[in-house]
Write a protein that binds this ligand. Structure first.
Ligand SMILES: Cc1cc2nc3c(=O)[nH]c(=O)nc-3n(C[C@H](O)[C@H](O)[C@H](O)COP(=O)(O)OP(=O)(O)OC[C@H]3O[C@@H](n4cnc5c(N)ncnc54)[C@H](O)[C@@H]3O)c2cc1C
Ligand code: SF4
Length: 510
């Protein structure tokens, strides 16, 4: 064997850099389902099923194209339980000239693979991951010398670079870069939200479902009703389904929350983008084309494209710029443990119950549930960033360290001191009431901040504002909150703070 090519579970792209210039007759591909990767966190059962099944389908496609693929199926008694052990064994057996791989999406594994050459006795070539719009170095160059990194300015650079939604004169289509102010409607049930795209499990996926049930029975969530795509063709069909049925309303209801609908008008494409079944630029081009051909309004197309070439690329840039120290940041000095109801959904807070219940069933919750419900609660309650980051990494089908960590630690927990967001996304129950119909079905009263039945988000919000005065009082974007708080009569402030203290001491009872 000339070269051994390692392909990881989130590298399921035929255009992967590790496969470039490879020789099907002489090189071998290795893919492996290993215990170390499957169990370093309490991965949702559907996440394990999705990744193992997509890997198996991808390996089969490679074999059909004539590749020699060494594929290790998961078994708890396999002698090789780590990627390094699998690769070492193959290297000893086949004596390749070198190992080739594409840089991985996680610091933990990246630092391990970077050392492998010392143990394997052959060179390890790590190629850049070309499946992103912005290279790591390009991001570092853009960030250099800037006091604050703001997604909006980075996004404009990516629009210019890709030409997406740009006029031939180099101006943004519609005369504006960003239509976010049009994207904040509450959803009242109309127009009806489309059912998500479904793929019924084939024999490969059914076998993996059994395997996960047998060997990972205690992992979070359920394997029931698995319907995600597991091949690139199926993911492409999911993209087309999104463009036909959900994209037209994606912008309007992007920030909405619903008591009755899990998926609303979101695309549910993140698992496919993050594992390589879909290419981000192709997806954005298809969405831009839908606008050009009159099938979607501009606020929807722009809003969607901004999430991908803006936020997605921006958080990746930050991850690689600031790791490994980033993962340890805790600038608000939060020390509380994650309440147990994050794992069970058993809480009287309707919005939290709905978000966690959907997460357990689907391995999915949409962005506003993650940011403004479960994330907002963790921020207000002062949960330790490591605890909440581990939860997000475990429970979502699309969760990989490079994208989960900056979103949770930076965007939600503000634990990086404002590197990712200029102000914390802290909000009281009023925000959730404005964007959803949860509150009318809740045990708690959203209009109250004190009293046994008062919405916990309210007193926790003011407690957060009060206890972090030193951190935020000088932030111009927070000044109004402090003015509002300071205007309250002393008795009211102390009643709210006492309720806040009680809530913080009794999180498990909520
Ligand atoms: C606390 C928290 C944790 C998150 N963890 C993850 C994660 O582990 N993996 C992940 O892919 N996304 C994560 N996100 C971002 C976002 O919530 C998901 O990408 C989105 O909900 C996926 O569903 P969708 O495909 O239906 O997205 P849509 O709403 O349809 O958006 C379209 C696409 O835009 C991209 N996108 C949107 N927002 C973001 C963002 N903030 N960062 C990166 N990409 C974005 C995704 O690729 C997504 O598929 C997290 C957000 C928060 C607040
Ligand atoms: S009242 Fe408070 S806890 Fe209940 S659903 Fe509304 S915001 Fe959530």
């Amino acid at each position: 064997m000339a070269n051994l090519i390692l392909i990881l579970g989130d590298q399921l792209s035929h255009q992967l850099s590790a496969l470039e210039d490879a020789d099907k007759d002489n090189d071998g591909v290795v893919m492996a389902e290993v215990h170390d990767e499957a169990s370093y966190t309490n991965h949702h059962k559907k996440k394990l099923i999705y990744i193992f099944s997509a890997m198996r389908h991808f390996a089969r496609e490679l074999e059909q194209q004539g590749w020699h693929v060494h594929y290790q199926h998961y078994h708890p008694d396999n002698p090789e339980q780590s990627l390094e052990a699998v690769v070492s064994k193959l290297a000893a057996e086949h004596r390749p000239e070198r190992l080739i791989t594409t840089e991985c999406g996680e610091w933990r594994l990246h630092s391990q693979i970077s050392q492998w050459h010392e143990h394997l006795g052959i060179p390890v070539e790590i190629r850049p991951d070309t499946r992103f719009v912005c290279r790591k170095q390009e991001f570092a160059d853009w960030a250099k010398g800037r006091k604050q990194l703001r997604m909006e300015f980075f996004y404009r650079e990516m629009r210019k670079k890709t030409g997406l939604l740009m006029t031939p004169e180099g101006k943004p289509e519609g005369g504006q870069w960003n239509f976010d102010s049009d994207n904040r409607k509450k959803w009242s049930g109309k127009p009806p939200a489309p059912a998500p795209f479904r793929v019924e499990p084939d024999s490969v996926t059914r076998e993996v479902i059994q395997l996960v049930e047998e060997y990972f029975p205690d992992h979070f969530g359920t394997s029931e009703d698995f319907h995600f795509s597991v091949t690139a063709d199926q993911a492409q069909a999911a993209l087309e389904h999104f463009i036909d049925f959900a994209l037209p309303c994606f912008g309007d209801y992007q920030d909405a929350l619903s008591d009755h609908e899990d998926w609303l008008f979101h695309s549910i494409l993140s698992p496919y983008l993050n594992t390589g079944l879909l290419d981000p630029t192709d997806v954005c081009q298809a969405v831009a084309q839908a606008w050009y051909s009159g099938r979607a309004p501009l606020n929807a197309a722009e809003g969607f494209i901004r999430q991908i070439i803006g936020w997605r690329e921006f958080v990746r840039g930050i991850y690689w710029l600031l790791m490994p120290g980033y993962a340890k940041e805790n600038r608000l000095n939060n020390q509380r443990s994650l309440p147990w109801f994050y794992w069970t959904g058993e809480t009287k807070m309707r919005c939290m119950h709905k978000a966690i219940d959907a997460t357990a069933r689907n391995a999915y919750a949409h962005h506003i549930q993650r940011l403004m419900v479960t994330g907002n609660f963790a921020l207000l309650a002062g949960i330790h960033p490591e605890d909440i980051c581990d939860w997000y990494l475990a429970v979502y089908i699309d969760a990989f360290d490079w994208v989960e960590l900056p979103n949770t630690l930076g965007m939600v927990m503000h634990a990086d001191g404002g590197y990712l967001g200029s102000k914390p996304y802290a909000a009281s129950g009023k925000y959730i009431q404005r964007m959803s119909d949860h509150c009318q079905n809740c045990h708690y009263r959203v209009q109250d901040a004190t009293g046994e039945k008062a919405c916990p988000f309210n007193a926790l919000y003011w407690h957060f504002i009060d206890r972090h005065r030193d951190d935020f009082a000088n932030n111009p974007r927070m000044a109004m909150m402090y003015r509002n708080w300071d205007k309250q009569p002393d008795e009211r402030r102390s009643a709210i703070l006492s309720r806040g203290e009680w809530l913080l001491a009794n999180l498990e009872q909520l």
